[in-house]
Design a protein around this ligand. Structure first.
Ligand SMILES: NC(=O)c1ccc[n+]([C@@H]2O[C@H](COP(=O)([O-])OP(=O)(O)OC[C@H]3O[C@@H](n4cnc5c(N)ncnc54)[C@H](O)[C@@H]3O)[C@@H](O)[C@H]2O)c1
Length: 255
């Protein structure tokens, strides 16, 4: 299998994209360490995994350096090292015009979506360098990073920062054969929607869903499995000559 005995950390693995990403890696042979701030969600996801690899869990806020360091130590102790890091944990502030957003809301979303990616990379890359066998990092950005829409401007700014860091870091890591890529999904009906719109995905009206779908040429929203397929491709040896790229998982929304 593509990821036999590879050691993978997935942040925000207790829901949505992260859950599907962890499941796909696990099904393809990887040992997976799931991390999240939502212990119940993570437990439920872990219980569903039935692949051949080990499954570990850690409660970790990606914005907190000591918690990230503890996760890295746990991966080394329980999985024997780290070959892949997926920086997936993230959220959006409520949809509103930039001038209605408080400094606290702005700082909070940058802390998770940008500092979280920074901390994951900062503490995983030295381990990968020390191992001497290369590695892959995949960052979950958003199509809003390259084709923003109104109402989520600071959020889209966090994802723009993630894309720029992806490219710069790809250069910094290249001589160690550590590749750094990103994916840009379009909207999905995951837990994310509650934060961004104030309404649970399950409670969204057909009209609200149709408004989102109408912007996507392929005529539907992102499924978590779409993201899992792209992330595992970018982390696999099939993408061994790809670094510093961002794949749009957007059904053509950004054309
Ligand atoms: N759903 C969308 O429309 C959409 C579109 C583009 C990009 N994204 C991005 O995809 C990623 C995954 O989102 P999702 O759609 O699966 O949402 P989700 O809410 O279903 O899952 C996100 C997970 O991240 C966890 N999380 C949140 N803050 C955290 C923190 N500080 N530390 C650790 N874990 C934390 C949550 O508990 C949750 O389990 C996010 O980075 C999001 O910005 C989502």
């Amino acid at each position: 299998m593509r990821f036999d005995n590879r050691r993978v950390i997935v942040t925000g693995a207790g829901s949505g994209f992260g859950a599907a990403i962890a499941a796909r890696f696990n099904a393809e042979g990887a040992h997976v360490l799931l991390t999240d701030i939502n212990a119940d969600g993570m437990e439920a996801v872990a219980a569903q995994l039935s692949g051949p690899g080990k499954v570990s869990q850690a409660i970790c806020n990606v914005a907190e350096e000591e918690q990230v360091q503890a996760v890295v130590a746990q991966a080394q102790a329980e999985l024997g090292g780290i070959d892949v890091l997926v920086n997936n944990a993230g959220y959006s502030h409520l949809n509103k015009l930039l001038w209605k957003i408080t400094v606290e809301e702005f700082d909070a979303v940058f802390a998770v979506n940008v500092r979280g990616v920074f901390l994951g990379c900062k503490h995983v890359i030295p381990v990968m360098i020390e191992q001497g066998t290369g590695g892959a990092i995949v960052n979950i950005a958003s199509i809003g990073s390259v084709a923003p829409r109104p109402g989520v401007t600071p959020y889209n700014g966090t994802k723009g920062a993630v894309l720029t860091m992806t490219k710069g870091l790809a250069l910094e890591c290249a001589r160690h054969q550590i590749r750094v890529n990103a994916v840009n999904p379009v909207a999905a009906l995951t837990g994310f929607m509650k934060g961004a719109t104030g309404v649970d995905s399950a409670d969204m009206t057909d009209e609200a869903k149709e408004r989102l779908v109408s912007t996507v040429p392929l005529g539907r929203l992102t499924e978590p499995e779409d993201v899992a397929a792209a992330v595992t491709y970018l982390a696999s040896d099939d993408a061994r000559f790809m670094t510093g790229t961002a794949m749009n998982i957007d059904g053509g929304r950004s054309i």
